[in-house]
Design a protein around this ligand. Structure first.
Ligand code: PEP
Ligand code: MN
Length: 336
């Protein structure tokens, strides 16, 4: 529920409201929305809304009608901006994250990072723990890969994004990276969601392969209910009957999510299509439907890539994609 506070509320009244909410087991978030002070309270206390409405300092109580609460735009009408170092995701800008599918070596990572930075990427991606369909496929360089990511940040100044596949990796993630990614296959790994909710790092939450928008938002709710509000949603394509593309990139999810949630949403047209020639067209469309950013796989030698070569752009193709993104962002009144 949302408690809209009276303009003349005193600090004592506010403290009293907060302590009652805590006592009743609510998660409490205090915000200012369109000039009004509000308290968002989420939980399953058994007191009726009338009880809270009667508290001194409360002007009115509005209940949140959706199953996701902290994530809901009803609770927080303004767009959330997630800060990663000096990069902001959300609001009036388009954030470009780029890099290889997997960190393969120090040279590979540094070469790609320098290229994508030159063309306008502001965050670097690269998997160190790779969730692969086959146990015989490359599983990632693991901690060695994370150390390379930390070096990429050191050398290029780019914040780094990588996938966490188990709560056991949390300490390593804290040490080496700026943003943790929860991959599509783990979108409903609830212990992992609670874990990333507790660690103090922004999270990219990818949409599950067969997940509905509501299930995806409930997963974001898991993270937020643990106290981490820095959640970025990532549409990366869903499973449909179509098998010409690796996945079906559901771009309608972007404007739908804009209505339902205040969280930023980025699009991954690399996994969304699985086909190199389709990545730029889908990236253009993603910007046009209101995405807050893109995550793009880039590799200088895709034929030799350890994973996802078929969907990786060459650096020159990434440069052309960035030219488009620059033009289209201007049309959307957004900065890069
Ligand atoms: C990735 O980003 O390389 C990845 C494995 O993504 P997803 O979880 O969307 O398949
Ligand atoms: Mn990949």
């Amino acid at each position: 529920m949302i408690l809209v506070l009276e303009k003349e509320i005193t600090q004592d009244q506010k403290n009293n409201i907060r302590s009652i909410l805590f006592r009743e087991g609510y998660i409490v978030r205090e915000m200012s929305e369109a000039g009004q002070n509000i308290i968002g309270a989420v939980g399953k206390g058994d007191k009726k809304t009338g009880f809270f409405e009667a508290l001194p300092g409360v002007a009115k109580v509005v209940s949140i009608s959706t199953s996701f609460k902290l994530v809901s735009r009803q609770l927080h009408t303004e767009d959330t901006r997630v800060q990663v170092g000096d990069v902001v995701v959300g609001g009036e800008r388009i954030t470009i994250v780029a890099g290889p599918c997997a960190i393969e070596s120090r040279e590979q990572a540094l070469t790609i990072a320098r290229e994508v930075k030159r063309y306008g990427a502001v965050l670097f991606r690269g998997g160190a723990f790779k969730p692969r369909t086959s146990p015989y496929s490359f599983q990632g360089l693991q901690e060695e890969g994370l150390k390379i990511l930390a070096e990429v940040r050191e050398v290029t100044g780019l914040g780094v994004v990588t996938e966490i596949t188990s709560p056991a990796q949390a300490d390593m993630m804290m040490k080496y990276v700026d943003v943790v990614q929860v991959g599509a296959r783990n979108m409903q790994n609830f212990e992992l969601l609670k874990c990333v909710g507790r660690i103090g790092k922004p999270v990219v939450l990818k949409r599950g392969l067969s997940s509905t928008i509501e299930e995806w938002l409930m997963s974001a709710e898991y993270i937020m209910s643990e106290g981490n509000y820095d959640v970025i949603l990532c549409e990366r394509g869903i499973r449909t009957f179509e098998d010409y593309t690796r996945n079906t990139c559901d771009l309608s999810a972007v404007p739908a999510l804009k209505e339902l949630t205040h969280l930023p949403i980025i699009v991954d047209p690399s996994h969304g299509t699985g086909v190199r020639s389709l990545v730029t067209p889908l990236a253009k469309a993603a910007v046009a439907v209101g995405a807050d950013g893109l995550i793009i796989e880039v590799h200088p030698n895709p034929g030799e890539a350890f994973s996802d070569g078929a969907q990786s752009l060459l650096p020159q193709q990434f440069e052309l994609l960035m030219d488009w993104v620059r033009k289209l962002s201007a049309l959307e009144n957004k900065a890069l």
